[in-house]
Design a protein around this ligand. Structure first.
Ligand code: ATP
Length: 432
């Protein structure tokens, strides 16, 4: 039986994480994270791609130390692996050459337990997730949902205080996900046994609200903890209840105001010369997706809501967000509060023929400093700008971004607007 806890199981205190950037420099991934994991809770992390959610889980598990700050386990600073944590990965992470039972046993053997206990614990864990009869099967013979059950059994076998799961249901179909969610909540609800707490990353606000006691919202890059929303509803929860829908709305508002702020926060204000030299990072959106968004908005009378766009177009929310950011950068949409609406220019664009669309697109690209810099460089290099030179320039001007991804987006946008062509065989950009 577990001891009653009077304090957090784990705490992240002022945690910062930096990685070496892809071309030298430093990538800031997490900034000043303060978060505790409490006994008997389910804590969900949500946030856009790249906001450092998986990194935060790995820090909590002690798979790597933070660059600054500390992770504590029952008040003790963590050195190495967190003894209270077991992790379930999105990609199952099973050994293909081992049977289900061997996959569970392997983590127990690593703990130097006597053989009898290894067998007993493995059987218990396999039973808990309903895998009896599958002990001798190999991962290749299993459905994705069953593979994830093995992942959960393996984590449960070590009797962790905290079960940490990184988007555990994103690789399985919706019905299986629903069933797995319910089973894991049942296992957690048994207060006599571990896991005491669950910490999981979710891509879905609905899922987070169905499961969590608290939802931690991360934003931006580097990831900061935007806010923590308490979910005071009893379980099981009804996602159609007014209380639930109110919380969905509340989280949508937080998410939107963080990712598409109505007032851009750019402090401190740079000098006029520095401003002139500053280039904005490009959201990695395809021109085709931006056109799709504009066309969808037109069918909705020119305005929609960020979350409606995602649900109507069946495009993942993260991708919609990137596309909307890109369209806003080009002044084709505006995003007051949660709405996404066509600007007058966006309306003209969507109603124009393809030639006029390209002209408008090109004019908008030239409003962006980055594209003007590329044009100037092309001019200085007498009409042939090598990929290598441009990548170096991008790495210097946008040290937090991956220059290769920026290059790809830049080329795709430039090609669509017929601003320049990219000669792949020679690795050079030339004017159209
Ligand atoms: N070991 C590493 N070395 C270098 N960079 C890393 C490493 N791990 C993560 N990163 C970078 O840190 C950033 C945040 O990654 P992370 O996977 O934590 O974000 P996330 O919010 O979980 O994103 P997603 O929702 O896409 O999974 C990314 O830009 C990633 O490339």
């Amino acid at each position: 039986m577990q001891q009653p806890y009077t304090s957090p199981i784990c705490e992240l205190r002022g945690v910062q994480m930096r990685f070496p950037g892809p071309r030298g420099g430093v990538q800031r991934v997490l900034e000043d994270i303060r978060l505790e994991v409490r006994p008997d809770e389910i804590l969900c992390l949500i946030g856009p791609n790249g906001s450092g959610k998986s990194t935060l889980l790995r820090l909590l598990a002690g798979l790597m130390p933070p660059t600054q700050g500390e992770v504590r386990h029952h008040g003790e600073k963590l050195e190495g692996l967190n003894p209270g944590v077991a992790m379930v990965f999105q990609s199952f992470a099973l050994y293909p050459w081992m049977t289900v039972e061997e996959n569970v046993r392997v983590v127990l053997r690593a703990r130097d337990l006597p053989e009898g206990e290894v067998r007993e614990r493995a059987h218990q864990a396999i039973r808990k997730v309903g895998l009896e009869g599958f002990e001798e099967a190999f991962p290749r013979e299993l459905s994705r949902g069953t593979k994830q059950r093995v992942g959960v059994a393996r984590a449960l076998a070590v009797d962790p205080e905290i079960l940490v799961m990184d988007e555990p249901f994103s690789q399985v179909d919706a019905l299986t996900a629903e069933a797995l969610r319910a089973e894991i909540m049942d296992i957690w609800a048994d207060k006599e046994r571990n896991p005491s707490a669950i910490v999981m990353v979710s891509q879905s606000i609905r899922e987070a609200l169905l499961m969590a006691d608290r939802v931690a919202v991360l934003s931006g890059s580097p990831g900061t903890l935007r806010t923590i929303v308490e979910v005071p509803m009893a379980r099981p929860r009804d996602s159609r209840s007014p209380e639930f829908m109110k919380l969905v709305d509340h989280l949508h508002d937080i998410f939107t105001s963080a990712e598409l702020p109505d007032v851009q926060v750019t402090a401190p204000i740079p000098s006029a010369a520095a401003q002139e030299d500053q280039v904005e990072p490009l959201p990695m959106a395809q021109s085709g997706d931006i056109l799709g968004l504009l066309e969808f908005l037109e069918t909705q009378g020119g305005t929609s809501d960020l979350f409606q766009v995602a649900s109507h177009t069946h495009v993942a929310f993260e991708k919609v967000l990137t596309t909307v950011k890109a369209a806003e950068m080009l002044d084709l949409v505006d995003t007051p509060k949660r709405a996404v609406l066509l600007t007058p220019l966006g309306k003209r664009f969507v109603n124009a023929n393809m030639d006029d669309r390209k002209d408008l697109w090109r004019a908008q690209l030239l409003e962006l400093r980055l594209f003007r810099v590329v044009q100037e460089m092309m001019h200085l290099e007498e009409g042939e700008l090598s990929e290598e030179t441009l990548l170096q320039e991008l790495a210097t001007r946008l040290p937090m971004e991956d220059p290769e991804k920026t290059f790809e987006t830049l080329v795709a946008w430039g090609r669509f607007g017929e601003l320049f062509a990219y000669r792949e065989e020679r690795g050079v950009l030339t004017p159209e």
